[in-house]
Design a binder for this molecule. Structure first.
Ligand code: FES
Length: 155
């Protein structure tokens, strides 16, 4: 199942993170069978593979929505109204942080500092930083993402 990914790297423990990233990209998450296969192939104990898989925010053990919305709740963003933005996303998507909408369009996360404090409060959508965020901008951004999902659904 993962031969194409294994062929890109030396098959040893130094490749673990890169292989997991590629599995994440290929499947949108890290399926259990894939983790077992990585463990067997790299000869790394499964517990260690799971430990790495749960350490990095970019990796996920559960399927994610097509859009990953991450609201920064680090200190610099927190003092600049990030909690209001978090509440807006919760209300607009009708889900809690860590959840995915039933239509599979959005996964919503509350995260620590994403390294862009100067433009806080920051929301990261599909790895792109959106700075100086406020409630209105957040609503518009979610509306735009929902609209593009509808447009793609019609084409
Ligand atoms: S605290 Fe939000 S980017 Fe640093």
């Amino acid at each position: 199942m993962l031969e194409r990914i294994f062929s890109r790297y030396p098959v040893d423990r130094t490749s673990l993170v890169m292989i997991l990233q590629d599995v994440q990209t290929e499947f949108g998450y890290l399926p259990t069978d894939a983790l077992k296969e990585v463990s067997a192939r790299l000869q790394i104990p499964a517990a260690q593979v799971y430990s790495v898989a749960t350490f990095y925010n970019v990796l996920s053990l559960v399927p994610r929505g097509r859009n990953l919305v991450r609201v920064c709740m680090g200190t610099a963003c927190h003092v600049r109204q990030a909690p209001l933005i978090l509440e807006t996303v919760k209300r607009e998507l009708d889900i809690e942080p860590g959840d995915t909408t039933v239509d599979g369009e959005f996964t919503f996360q509350s995260v620590g500092c994403v390294g862009a404090c100067a433009i806080g409060p920051v929301v990261e959508v599909n790895d792109i930083h959106h700075g100086h965020m406020n409630v209105n901008k957040m609503k518009k951004l979610l509306d735009k993402l929902e609209q593009s999902a509808k447009d793609e659904g019609q084409s």
